[in-house]
Design a protein around this ligand. Sequence first.
Ligand SMILES: C[S@@+](CC[C@H](N)C(=O)[O-])C[C@H]1O[C@@H](n2cnc3c(N)ncnc32)[C@H](O)[C@@H]1O
Length: 285
Amino acid sequence: MNPDSKNKSKKEMENERLEIQMLLEAIHQKYGYNFKDYANAHTKRRLAHRLNISNMKNYAQMMHRIIYDEDFFNILLLDLSINVTEMFRDPKVYQKIRQDLIPLLKTYSFIKVWHAGCSAGQEVYSMSILLEEEGMKHRSQIYATDFNEIILKKAKDGIYPLEVMKTYTSNYQQSGGKKDFSDYYTADYDNVILRQSLKEKVLFSSHNLVTDGVFGEMNLIFCRNVLIYFNRQLQNRVLKLFYDSLCPGGYLCLGSKESLKFTDVEDKFEPIAGREKIYKKKRLS
Ligand SMILES: C[S@@+](CC[C@H](N)C(=O)[O-])C[C@H]1O[C@@H](n2cnc3c(N)ncnc32)[C@H](O)[C@@H]1O
């Protein structure tokens, strides 16, 4: 079936739904990644995009390719996981963390921060910079996880294209950064290499939010721009995981289009900054 054809009949649409279902089942069985609870519209859009640019006639052909060609699957994995990110993305979020959360987190002798769905690490290094500037780095541990090993390797490297530095620098300045942003990297032809010291307190590891378990006693969890790709059932599973991973009074930071409204944990958190999507886990009364 050609996903491009407009005005599909009901029967064609049902067949396409079936083909996609079988394709996701093949991915799950062969590679262990379960995309069945990702938002339908997102999965459909990403698969159709790959089909259109890969000279394949239909999803049945694509399924064959997925089973027999691991390199193709890795490309598709990047399509499905969407790795778009920036350093100090949504600068006001970091400003809020600096102004409102850091003074409270400073009252702890040690803090643990988890970036779930960290992509190529930009969010992680932003936090590492912030903690360093606030004199908190030496008593912090950052856990940075993603389910995509290829992107996780990029995160560990901390090497980014020079061309994005203009945006990152502007974000950093808007977020209340205290230094010259170029202090944090060295230029190397078309790339920049982040300073080694920013990695000192970071542990990168593979973690799949669909299947893996809790991280204990976190003070702050970032999971930004990940839940939007999940259906409601999976969002609830993951939010329960975060609830269980946070210490009482711990903070959860979501993406700009995400919220706890109408989720199973809505009444277990108190909104701290509505626009910045920062929530605090309620202490049991
Ligand atoms: C759009 S990026 C968001 C990156 C960063 N948090 C930000 O807001 O800039 C989404 C990330 O979530 C990761 N992801 C998607 N599904 C996941 C899952 N089931 N478990 C862990 N990470 C996942 C993707 O690999 C991707 O790196």
